[in-house]
Design a binder for this molecule. Structure first.
Ligand code: NAP
Length: 434
């Protein structure tokens, strides 16, 4: 029997398990280990709570989880409860599918002021990640600067901009819903260091911004390249830029809607200022050089705000004993190989870009790599070995059956119209197992 441990139960983890099932058939046992007592990683705590159709992909992972040769082992932290070396001794292959859960620093002065928050923390807060339950973001000024021109910046801006009624069929957690209800939100500025043609926002997500109840997007037409230049873009990007063009024709400052979401392009953050808390973001106007990089012009201006959310990309969290590439913010690897018997997939392998589906080919590639590296299993202990180790340390591991009870309890306590009310504290998740 071949034993494989996958660390991380998000998309990359489940696609890897599915691929290994297909690759090795009945001759494999796969343990999916997660630090949290609940599965699905970014599907649960990263995908926006008002994007339930995207979250529905977890049903596919459920089918994998319920098959005989796959097991979920939750509430087990690799690097604390069990080391990489111990897993390597127990399993033929250990696959790191831990994603990129940490914020990259902005690297500008004032970034330590209270009120500067990374998107991993802010998204984790409204999505009920236990690590960020106590974030208490300062929403009271009603003015926000969101740095970055990717889909995460868009998610953050939209969540800030929506009315409470617009969250009806979402699974946003109660503490965030209440804080957003009390927030006097007026102005959200999305800050991009480059221009409209360089955005990382996809058309469907950008289009949503034009249909919000109380908020209206604005773009300064002067920032848009001549329309004929759009012909050189790929069709998706052209559609996204088309949305920006339509936002520019709306003009004005909010019109009949009380909240504005304005796009400030060619604006590179250079400092956060304020007296003991965030009061403004200072940006430098930029132009693009021949390589498409943003170059400062020396001209600066201030964006008044009480909170800055940096949505500028993520990095993987290092694990003791695993080679790490500090510059790229992910595990050091050659096409997924980290060390003999140790592999990386998904964002932990290639960095934080791509959609959920991008992880599927990753999983299949790594299954083939494992098969090529290890034609025959080495007779390792696998599951019974892990169970004995965890029991000897008093680790309270959570099974998929346990998760199904937690799941049912979350669905049972949902507010009217909502798909679930997530438990946020690990103790509450564990308690819901009955
Ligand atoms: P992203 O698409 O890489 O966007 C990061 C943004 O931050 C870029 O605009 C980048 O600008 C900017 N940036 C980086 N460093 C900066 C700095 N020091 N100062 C100012 N700006 C800086 O990453 P993301 O938004 O975190 O999303 C990660 C992945 O998840 C993406 O592939 C995204 O599409 C995906 N995602 C998808 C969905 C969805 O489909 N609904 C939702 C969320 C996320 P430059 O371009 O100039 O580097």
């Amino acid at each position: 029997m071949r034993h494989i441990a996958v660390i991380g139960s998000g998309p990359a983890g489940y696609y890897t398990a599915e691929a290994c099932q297909k690759q090795f058939g009945d001759e494999v046992r796969i343990d999916i280990i997660d630090r949290l007592p609940v599965p699905f990683g970014l599907i649960r705590t990263g995908v926006a709570p008002d994007h339930q159709s995207i979250k529905a992909v977890s049903r596919r992972y459920e089918q994998v989880a319920l098959s005989d040769n796959v097991r979920f082992v939750g509430n087990v932290s690799v690097g604390e409860d069990v080391s990489i070396e111990e897993l390597a001794a127990l399993y033929d292959a250990v696959v790191l599918a831990t994603g990129a859960p940490a914020d990259r620093p902005l690297g500008i002065s004032g970034e330590d002021l209270p009120g500067v928050v990374g998107s991993a923390a802010f998204v984790g807060w409204y999505n009920g990640h236990p690590d960020f339950a106590d974030l208490d973001p300062p929403l009271s000024s009603g003015e926000f600067a969101v740095i970055g021109n990717g889909n995460v910046a868009l998610d953050v801006a939209r969540i800030l901009a929506k009315t409470i009624a617009e969250f009806e069929s979402s699974d946003i957690v109660a503490h965030a819903l209440e804080a957003l209800r009390l927030a006097p939100t007026r102005h959200i500025t999305i800050v991009g260091r480059r221009g409209p043609h360089q955005i990382g926002m996809t058309p469907k997500e950008l289009g949503e911004l034009g249909h919000l109840e109380r908020a209206r997007p604005t773009v300064d037409a002067a920032d848009l390249p001549p329309e004929e230049a759009d012909a050189a873009l790929d069709p998706g990007q052209r559609k996204s830029v088309g949305h920006l063009r339509s936002f520019a024709t709306l003009g004005g400052n909010g019109g009949d809607k009380p909240v504005t979401v304005s796009f400030d392009f060619f604006a590179k953050p250079v400092a956060v200022e304020g007296d003991g808390k965030v009061e403004r973001l200072i940006v430098e106007r930029t132009r693009l050089d021949d390589s498409g990089a943003a170059v400062g012009t020396g001209e600066t201006y201030a964006i008044p705000c009480g909170m800055v959310i940096a949505a500028i990309g993520y990095k993987t969290a290092p694990i003791p004993g695993v080679p790490f590439d500090d510059k790229l913010g992910r595990f050091a690897n050659e096409e997924g190989r980290v060390a003999p018997g140790l592999y990386a997939v998904g964002w932990a392998r290639r960095g934080p870009t791509g959609t959920i589906g991008t992880n599927r080919p990753d999983g299949f590639m790594i299954a083939e790599t494992i098969a090529a590296d290890q034609p025959e299993p080495a007779g390792k202990k696998g599951r019974p070995g892990l169970d004995a180790l965890l029991a000897s340390r008093g680790v309270d591991a959570v099974t998929f059956r346990d998760w199904q009870k937690i799941d049912a309890a979350e669905i049972g306590r949902a507010r009217s119209g909502a798909p679930r009310e997530k438990f946020v504290a690990v103790s509450d998740m564990l308690g819901a197992r009955g």
